[in-house]
Design a protein around this ligand. Structure first.
Ligand code: NZQ
Ligand code: ZN
Length: 392
């Protein structure tokens, strides 16, 4: 067993009505003037924004608002937020939304005390010395940003989607009310479930020795997601299923399912080029690419894939681990399709030609500067082959 560090400092309040504690929690974490940051229209239309703002006022916290964060959040909105916070003396950022809004809020928190351009962090040019404090009211169970150490932004002038991770990027607090996700369209619910499953799979596949307790937690989380995602497809207002999925989303990315080593993350790197170029939902990009990645790397350790299928989908034990591995991959793809998610680029409505495939592969290697993956290291040539095999 390898030594490891587990660091997950966000305070979580979970259950009905917790969004009403936003003011109290922001005050506890030092806010005197907050930026309430949100997306397109869902938080406004549902009345959530008004409830959160009222809670801030009741606790004597002044606030500014900034909406308009789009899925696959853009760095231009972050720059706008940084300027607004500076001009109006904001000292706390409160995200009200899903992963995109939280990531944009994290970007603002990074940019506020920094003299240069915030994109510097995302393209590896700078490391933060401090960040402004921030918290979240979560409205999508998916990305896990409410408890992760990461933020993912897309630049406006190159379709580059880049993540940045730091111990400073944990929310001070996150408020998780499953009822807030009742209004999510089935497609977003499905995308969220795929994302959390793949956050587990990224950590599950690593060349490091496995740790039973971590494997078992991860397998259990995936089983619970599979079971409850199916329930939500027919009953989106099932509180218990929403609650199970919401907590699974958080546990899938606070690293409790990975506390033994770094994960693989190739599927995410491959996907970020897809959503960077084509602006598709992250979860759908992941379901479209995962099978192609899995088949490409399967021979590294077929038994690992076979165990996964036995534990998550109770497939039978095959004498030949390669047969078990293939069955496992089929089962995951069947599950994604049952949620009406794509399992190829064509199903995702993406039809890149050879030139674009080469461009995505090039971007994915940071223009020749890195290989991706850990279970199997992948260079630009491998990446191109995976994209090609994901076409249909
Ligand atoms: O903008 P509005 O109107 O709010 O609509 C949003 C958006 O269109 C809608 N929505 C949100 N809450 C809703 C709702 N609709 C109805 N009812 C509600 N309660 O849902 C749409 C998608 O929202 P988004 O925030 O984009 O979804 P998600 O939470 O899946 O976040 C995806 C982003 O997170 C990044 C992804 O790359 C992507 O940019 N990730 C962030 C990670 C992290 N920070 O640790 C890790 C992940 O791997 C991922 O990369
Ligand atoms: Zn993800």
């Amino acid at each position: 067993m390898k030594d490891f560090k587990f660091y997950s400092p966000s305070e979580i309040l979970f259950g009905r009505g917790v969004e009403l504690k936003a003011g109290e929690m922001a005050r506890k974490h030092g806010a005197t003037k907050a930026l309430v940051h949100f997306g397109g229209k869902s938080a406004k239309e549902s009345g959530l924004l008004d409830r959160v703002c009222a809670g801030l006022s009741e606790c004597g916290i002044k606030y500014e608002t900034l909406g308009g964060v789009q899925p696959n959040p853009r760095v231009s909105k972050v720059r706008e937020g940084v300027k607004l916070c500076r001009d109006s003396g904001v000292d706390f950022i409160l995200a009200v939304g899903g992963g995109s809004v939280i990531d944009s809020a994290k970007g603002i928190a990074l940019g506020l005390p920094y003299e240069g351009d915030v994109w510097d962090f995302y393209c590896g040019k700078a490391k933060p010395e401090s960040v402004a404090p921030f918290g979240a009211v979560l409205t999508v169970a998916a990305a896990g940003s409410e408890m992760s150490d990461a933020s993912v932004l897309t630049n406006d002038d190159g379709s580059l989607k880049r993540g940045f991770s730091s111990e400073m990027l944990h929310c001070s607090f996150s408020l998780l009310n499953p009822e807030l996700t009742f209004t999510l369209p089935a497609y977003q619910t499905a995308c969220g479930c795929a994302d959390m499953i793949i956050h587990n799979l990224e950590r599950y596949f690593s060349p490091a020795p496995n740790l039973d307790v971590t494997d078992e937690i991860s397998e259990a989380v995936m089983r619970v997601v599979v079971k409850n995602a199916r329930i939500l497809m027919s009953n989106p207002r099932d509180y218990d299923a929403r609650a199970e999925v919401m907590w699974c989303g958080t546990l899938s990315h606070n690293d409790v399912t990975g506390s033994r080593y770094n994960g693989d993350w190739a599927s995410h790197q491959l996907e970020h080029e897809l959503s960077g170029m084509y602006d598709i939902a992250h979860g759908a990009g992941l379901s479209a690419i995962w099978g192609a990645w899995a088949r490409y790397v399967l021979s590294e350790n077929p038994s690992r894939f076979a165990r996964l299928g036995e534990k998550v989908f109770t497939i039978p034990h095959f004498e030949d681990p390669v047969a078990g591995a293939n069955k496992t991959i089929e089962k995951f793809e069947e599950f994604f399709r049952s949620l009406r998610l794509p399992t190829s680029l064509a199903e995702a409505g993406i039809f890149p030609d050879e030139k674009i495939l080469a461009e995505m592969s090039e971007k994915c290697t940071f223009f020749g500067k890195r290989k991706i993956g850990a279970f199997k290291k992948l260079d630009g040539n491998d990446i191109l082959k995976i994209y090609r095999s994901a076409l249909r």
